[in-house]
Design a protein around this ligand. Sequence first.
Ligand code: NAD
Ligand code: ISE
Length: 334
Amino acid sequence: MALRIGVLGTGAIGTDHATMLATTIGGASVAAVFDVDIARAGELAHRIGARRHEAATGLINDADVDAVVIASPGTAHAEQVLACIAAGKPVLCEKPLASTVDDAARVVAAEAALGRRLVQVGFMRRFDPGYVAVKDTIAAGRIGTPMIVHCVHRNRSVPAGFTNAMAMTDTMVHEIDIVRWLLDDEIVSVRVVRGRRGPHAVEGHDDPQLVLMTTASGVLAEVEVILLWPPGYDVRCEVVGSDGLATLEHPRVVSTTMTGNRSEVVPDGWKTRFGDTYRIELQAWVAATLAGTVVGASAWDGYAATVVAHAAAAAQGAADEVGVRLIARPPLYG
Ligand code: NAD
Ligand code: ISE
């Protein structure tokens, strides 16, 4: 029988996830949706043949909902994940796990007290074929000892209301997770430097910013973050090892060669760049949930990323590096 899924939040990514779950993902059906924007939720519910709920808790506790996808804003995530844990329902929560370190720790504590994993955090890059190949290359020892990671995260735009801190907690948080995952290492300190403002920088944003993170084993991870870069959405990653390089290639659908010119399309945003990655992530989540297991980033990973992201936000205004302090990792997370 198909997994009956409830989707909380039917905005940009919630609509995409719900549509994919209803139409493309094997073993899945969308039973119900909820959004505080009732009209938006109703339109989606009608289009995909799901029911619309009046409240998030109603959807989570609905006996005809087996598992939940959370795609509401980050500030709503922790309470909704906690309600899923209380109801014993598997949940795929979009990043970030929580909007404060305390809330992320509450989620870890609740899941640890339950004694079994239910939470996957939507760090979809862990399912991206390119990032998986980089990880496999490192794990096979082909580049020797990893020493430095170079990352680039250039957004073409960010939504209205996006704050300077969100450059760390909403955008750079992807690099925090990917560095921890690629290296199987914790980040212990972070430093942020702002650069010369370009003509496109939004008022209140330090744009661009360079972030330098150090891991427990001493690897340096450097990230260029630009929130508004009109040429295109551009995500890069290169790991420098003692004996080689692992470089993430841009997924290329087509390149055109004309007289004297070769070109390829540049993605216009995360939907285009990672469209197939979200599909792979959702399929893996559904398959694992039906099998009674959990894959991908755990609540612990979501917690650790939140701690580092908030240290980075604190470092935006600091001259020195900011240290990262994690609580003890509960045995549930290995
Ligand atoms: P959005 O603003 O387009 O959509 C959010 C929706 O949630 C809106 O429709 C809003 O009305 C609704 N909402 C607000 N409060 C709610 C609540 N308490 N319960 C249910 N719904 C509520 O935002 P988005 O771009 O879709 O982002 C949603 C989440 O997904 C964010 O956490 C964001 O960081 C994450 N996201 C992740 C990726 C990724 O690459 N993994 C990409 C985009 C967004
Ligand atoms: C957005 O929420 C995402 O998660 C995208 O993957 C990221 O590139 C973007 O910066 C975020 O705002």
